[in-house]
Design a protein around this ligand. Structure first.
Ligand code: SF4
Length: 66
């Protein structure tokens, strides 16, 4: 099973990933790169294969969902 992304993971650090977004209006749940189902607290993300990111998280690759 996929495991939660560790913010200390080198790729996560490089993209400044955090479990809790500090950017108003930007979080993983409304990012174009999120996968999985709406409402799930931990979801796959296409740039962190095999990991789960927090729906309320954020990273520097955030892009507005079309
Ligand atoms: Fe969250 Fe970053 Fe993945 Fe977007 S790209 S879902 S902000 S971890």
């Amino acid at each position: 099973a996929n495991e939660q992304l560790d913010p200390e993971n080198p790729q996560a650090k490089a993209l400044q990933y955090v479990h809790k977004s500090a950017k108003e209006g930007q979080d993983c749940a409304n990012c174009a790169l999120i996968q999985g189902s709406d409402g799930e607290p931990w979801r796959p993300c296409s740039i962190f294969p095999g990991k789960l990111v927090n729906s309320e998280g954020w990273c520097a690759a955030w892009a507005k969902k079309p």
